[in-house]
Design a protein. Structure first.
Length: 193
């Protein structure tokens, strides 16, 4: 992989590099990567997430499987009673007001047929690490067991839950996702942002 040199590698932490074979592009959002992967033309590219950047311009990368861009994941907090469930829901809501989530996410308070309450946080699977850090930073622990991952989300969707409350969470600063025409017109550009 032949990466172009940058004197501001920290600008790209959390974004993606796409290896097109002959050249690479740095600075794609997860949504832009997904859009490119959906096309026949770019279905076989390799994708890397930039985790850390060093002052010398080097970056720590991790390969990302293409399927990850088309999956959702979730973290589910089991609640002991309705009072604590509503308090926990409000706690996460207030945290998202003061410290916006790292990506678009949904916060649910739901009840199953056995009257068990559950708080669900649903988000794109590519953001599992960032959501985990965001939850850790909140200090939130919940009052019961916690389940997480795409399989738990599938179980939640297949369960017969009555949605009591829900809230859409938004990141504070979203990088503007370019429309398809602009995105495809710029794939030969080394630095996307």
């Amino acid at each position: 992989m032949n990466l172009p040199k940058t004197d501001q590698p920290q600008r790209y932490v959390g974004l993606y590099i796409i290896d097109f074979g002959q050249q690479c592009g740095i600075g794609y959002t997860a949504e832009e990567v997904a859009q490119l992967l959906e096309s026949q033309e770019f279905a076989e590219v390799k994708v890397y997430k930039i985790h850390r950047a060093k002052p010398d311009g080097t970056m720590d990368l991790a390969g990302v499987p293409r399927d990850k861009f088309f999956m959702e994941s979730g973290t589910f907090f089991h609640c002991r009673d309705e009072s604590s469930a509503r308090q926990d829901f409000q706690c996460l809501s207030k945290w998202s007001d003061s410290q916006p989530s790292p990506c678009r996410a949904q916060l649910h308070l739901a009840r199953d047929l056995d009257q068990q309450l559950l708080i669900g946080l649903i988000y794109p699977a590519e953001y599992e690490q960032e959501i985990g850090t965001w939850l850790t930073d909140s200090g939130f622990r919940g009052t019961g067991p916690v389940d997480a991952g795409p399989s738990q989300l599938q179980r939640y969707y297949q369960g017969d839950y009555d949605l009591l409350e829900q809230r859409q969470l938004w990141p504070q600063e979203s990088l503007r996702m370019r429309d398809r025409e602009e995105l495809f017109a710029n794939v030969k550009v080394a630095f996307q942002r």
